[in-house]
Design a protein around this ligand. Structure first.
Ligand code: TXA
Ligand code: MG
Length: 337
């Protein structure tokens, strides 16, 4: 029997109303955001959220992000503090998730039993509209099978979660940012801690707070699956193509000459003289970080499907802007299972 594909809905008023009704009934729905596509359910309904974990094959120890339509709703799901409010007002809607003490209405399943909840207001008008129409906060992890490359287009969600309980994906076009939100733990507002680098630079967060954000030591973020993690979701291996991936600081034409014909190369920028070597791909014309982030997951996914025996990718250096987020995703994607 052919595997049932979830249906992709165009964003008409009528379809938005239908999808909101599904969410109110406790169904899961694929939704666009500015970062990556999410797999959404009513955040106040534990049974609905259990369907997210089942469809993704996600361990119940990994908590979900709760999405709101507006900063004004923050107090309904979390206990805010002045630092959190300042960040929320300055950066939302946007690719920033705050971890704060949770309100009692948030089910334990959503927070994996923690006393804290991760929340954000996404910068995608269709996602916010769906939250408003559903009339409740929506829990949503990235809409990929657990461990695989995150989706940045509706078709990625449809193909990746075919054969699961997911029946509907809202098409909101390609994701503008392309990597997940930056996660900051603000449970102690005097000691903000970075839990995941992402689509908003740490510098811009520090500029709002007037404080430096504590970065995890790399040993803390490279926790292997199955070993208790200091922060959930910090698995060494994640976002991974099935094709083996090796990372390089730089790949030049001399390196290329040594590679076999069935290995592909993913560069950060268009090479000056690529010729017509069919093994060579790039993420950005001029090596711009925002463009690299936007194309990263879709390009990895396409290369993974193309039947190459091995992938070689360049990683950006530096701590500015989106470089840490891109490096984080590539490093986890290349980690050995
Ligand atoms: O951009 C994004 O953040 C996307 C879109 C859909 O909003 N969502 C996303 O969700 O990336 P997910 O589930 O793939 O990653 C959420 C991360 C996980 O690593 C999870 O462990 C962490 O957030 N997280 C959630 N609640 C937490 C909490 N209370 N404390 C610490 N970490 C938390
Ligand atoms: Mg994810």
């Amino acid at each position: 029997m052919p595997i049932a594909l979830p249906r992709v809905f165009r964003p008409t008023e009528n379809n938005l109303a239908r999808l909101a009704a599904r969410l109110r009934r406790g169904d899961i729905v694929g939704v666009p955001s500015e970062t990556v596509y999410g797999l959404a359910a009513d955040a106040l309904d534990a049974d609905a959220c259990a369907r997210i974990f089942a469809a993704k094959g996600r361990p119940s120890t990994d908590p979900l992000i709760v999405h709101l339509a507006s900063v004004r709703d923050l107090a309904t799901v979390a206990v805010a503090n002045p630092a959190a409010l300042a960040l929320a007002r300055a950066c939302w809607p946007g690719p920033l998730t705050l971890v704060l003490p949770k309100q009692a209405c948030i089910p334990d399943l959503v927070t994996a039993g923690r006393a804290t909840v991760a929340v954000r207001v996404p910068d995608h008008p269709l996602f916010r509209k769906l939250i408003r129409l559903a009339g409740r906060p929506l829990a949503a992890p990235s809409a990929n099978p657990f461990g695989y490359i995150s989706p940045t287009a509706a078709a990625h969600v449809r193909d990746g979660l075919a054969g699961t309980a997911l029946r509907a994906v809202l098409d909101g076009g390609e994701c503008r940012v392309g990597v997940e939100s930056t996660i900051v733990d603000l449970t102690d507002p005097a000691r903000p801690r970075l839990l995941r680098p992402g689509g908003l630079s740490v510098e811009s967060i520090e500029a709002v707070l007037g404080l430096s954000v504590i970065r995890p030591r790399s040993s803390e973020t490279r926790v292997r699956a199955g070993v208790a993690a200091p922060a959930p979701g910090m698995l060494t291996q994640h976002y991974s193509p099935r094709t083996p991936l090796t990372l390089h600081r730089r790949i030049d034409m001399a390196d290329l000459a040594k590679l076999p014909p069935d290995a592909a190369v993913l560069l950060l920028r268009r090479p000056a003289a690529s010729g017509t070597d069919p093994r060579v791909y790039w993420l950005s014309e001029r090596g711009e970080l925002a463009e690299i982030a936007r194309h990263l997951f879709a390009r990895l996914r396409a290369l993974d499907k193309a039947g190459w025996s091995h992938l070689h990718a360049e990683v950006p250096a530096g701590s500015e802007g989106l470089a840490p987020a891109i490096r984080d995703r590539l490093t986890r994607a290349a980690a050995k299972r």
